[in-house]
Ligand binder design. Structure first.
Ligand code: DX5
Ligand code: ZN
Length: 215
């Protein structure tokens, strides 16, 4: 069953509690939480304080996507803020990704790595058994509302084949430019979780949009 994770990057920042509170009845599975530090990506969003604030408005899992340098510094703060899933970029300044994944697990959260569009899947092959999920970026990280990069589909297929061949249960999450048309392509290619920011929050009817993203 495909999971839909609306990204609150596209929600109204001045009404975040209300936006998050509505997601469960709108049919969302996870809340996607984009952390940007102005260094790893050319934008700044929010951090553990916002995570703690929205925790009070939902019991859906909070899926924290760390687009930051030194991501390991943020494991404890996000655990304490009520995060459930933490993903770190393989391109970040973290030199010891395997150790970082273990630290995320030791803190009681699901752990995963994120690959930018230009990063080949071989960068996570030896980490797959330690990843609950791998997030493949289907846009360059930093902003919502960009167009889906079609080459992502072949990456999904290759990663799906690798995971299945090894009998692993690692989930494949896709982030960026997901709309009903690209969602269908991602699902056919083997994705398990779809992040959608502007598609959900700019929709006239977010519940209908979430339904159509499931295909
Ligand atoms: C981009 C973020 C995404 C973003 C997706 O750096 O990681 O999660 O919110 O936005 P859409 O769905 O509008 O492409
Ligand atoms: Zn994201």
């Amino acid at each position: 069953m495909i999971k839909i994770a609306p990204s609150i990057l596209s929600a109204d920042f001045a009404a975040m509690g209300k936006a998050v509170a509505m997601l469960k009845e709108q049919g969302a599975d996870w809340v996607h939480f984009d952390v940007m530090d102005g260094n790893f990506v050319p934008n700044i969003t929010f951090g553990p304080g916002m995570c703690k604030a929205i925790r009070a408005y939902t019991d859906l899992p909070i899926d924290v996507h760390l687009m930051v340098e030194h991501p390991s510094d943020w494991i404890e703060p996000f655990k304490n803020a009520g995060a459930d899933v933490l993903t770190i970029h393989v391109e970040s300044s973290e030199r010891h990704l395997h150790r970082a994944l273990q630290a995320i697990h030791a803190a009681g959260m699901k752990a995963g790595v994120v690959l930018n569009p230009a990063t080949p899947i071989c960068t996570c092959t030896h980490l797959l058994a330690d990843c609950d999920l791998v997030l493949l970026m289907s846009v360059n990280p930093g902003f919502g509302g960009q167009s889906f990069i079609p080459e992502t589909l072949s990456k999904i297929r290759a990663l799906r084949a690798e995971i299945d061949a090894r009998g692993l249960s690692t989930l494949i999450e896709i982030d960026g430019g997901v709309n009903p048309e690209t969602a269908k392509q991602c699902i056919e290619a083997g994705a398990d979780i779809l992040v959608a920011g502007s598609a959900v929050f700019k929709a006239n009817n977010p519940a209908d949009m979430i339904r159509s993203l499931r295909g």
